[in-house]
Design a protein around this ligand. Structure first.
Ligand SMILES: NC(=O)c1ccc[n+]([C@@H]2O[C@H](COP(=O)([O-])OP(=O)(O)OC[C@H]3O[C@@H](n4cnc5c(N)ncnc54)[C@H](OP(=O)(O)O)[C@@H]3O)[C@@H](O)[C@H]2O)c1
Length: 267
């Protein structure tokens, strides 16, 4: 299988490296205009190119890891050669209907919203595809992203929400861990030890939730004794707006995404 990733930026290179480390047997090519910035990928067995039409010639799957405003010019460049190929966009806010107008009939279009943990094979990827896909093609695509983490198939209209919760979500979790570190340093740990404790605690909590049929509040009940210290700390955090700050952040971000869509040039 040949996979070409157009757009070797943060996400494109993270995905290429994740794929190279995974069980997926594929020849991977990454493109970008400033080729010198992805030269290091060659040592890892990944081909690079600055010429999109050439790079997709033998591709079975084309991944567009481009900023939203870069999708239209690139589809105008390659769109006539995509018949029979899978073209999957990772961009926020550009719909399959908008892309459809710029690609050859018979192109298998889809969207995926991963996060940067894709490089470690731990992405949460939400996906949607057009009705042309056969069950075999859908399965092929699933297997690629399952090798890079978890996959959930969603309705395309939930893509902005998937961006907020899953893709941007990684930044919120990072800030949460940093907050735990700052607290940990204040109560006596050096920063490296605080980081290890905070990160492993987050990983442990996530593992419980992903592997057991449980709910965060049930797990919180287990560690909060009546009149105890844990509940006192937790309640103080809620008084300071802990959950509310997250919810307000999500609402602001989704409004921003909708506004961004309105300011994108027509495709
Ligand atoms: N970062 C995330 O966590 C994340 C998560 C989910 C989804 N996304 C989505 O993924 C997309 C990419 O995000 P990113 O953070 O990776 O952006 P980025 O770092 O800016 O990467 C975009 C890359 O595209 C390249 N590019 C631009 N025009 C090109 C062209 N004509 N041909 C080939 N390459 C071209 C750019 O390099 P040159 O200028 O050198 O060509 C740049 O390296 C965005 O739409 C974002 O919404 C990102």
């Amino acid at each position: 299988m040949n996979i070409t990733i157009i757009g070797g930026g943060n996400l494109g290179t993270a995905m290429a490296l994740g794929l190279q480390e995974s069980q997926i047997k594929a020849k991977i090519t990454v493109t970008r205009r400033s080729l010198e910035r992805i030269q290091y990928l060659v040592d890892k067995g990944i081909a690079i190119s600055a010429h999109n039409p050439g790079a997709i010639e033998n591709a079975d799957i084309i991944i567009l890891a481009l900023k939203p405003f870069q999708i239209a010019p690139v589809l105008q460049e390659i769109g006539t050669s995509t018949r029979g190929k899978i073209v999957l966009s990772l961009a926020t806010g550009v719909t399959m209907a908008e892309m459809q107008a710029l690609v050859a009939d018979g192109t298998f279009l889809g969207r995926a919203m991963p996060n940067t943990a894709i490089e470690k094979g731990e992405s949460m990827t939400c996906m949607a595809i057009n009705p042309l896909f056969s069950a075999i093609q859908k399965d092929k695509l699933s297997k690629i992203f399952e090798a890079l983490g978890e996959v959930i198939w969603i309705d395309e209209k939930l893509f902005d929400a998937a961006t907020v919760l899953g893709a941007c979500g990684i930044a919120y979790v990072m800030r949460f861990i940093r907050g735990m570190m700052q607290g940990g340093i204040q109560i006596g740990f050096d920063s490296q030890t605080a980081l290890r404790i905070a990160a492993q605690t987050v990983k442990g909590a996530a593992t419980i939730l992903l592997e057991e049929d449980t709910h965060p509040e049930r797990e919180i009940d287990k560690v909060t004794t009546p009149r105890g210290c844990t509940i006192a700390g937790l309640n103080e955090m809620e008084h300071q707006g802990f959950s509310s700050a997250l919810i307000k952040g999500f609402r602001l971000l989704i409004r921003r995404l909708l506004r961004l869509r309105r300011t994108l040039p027509e495709l």
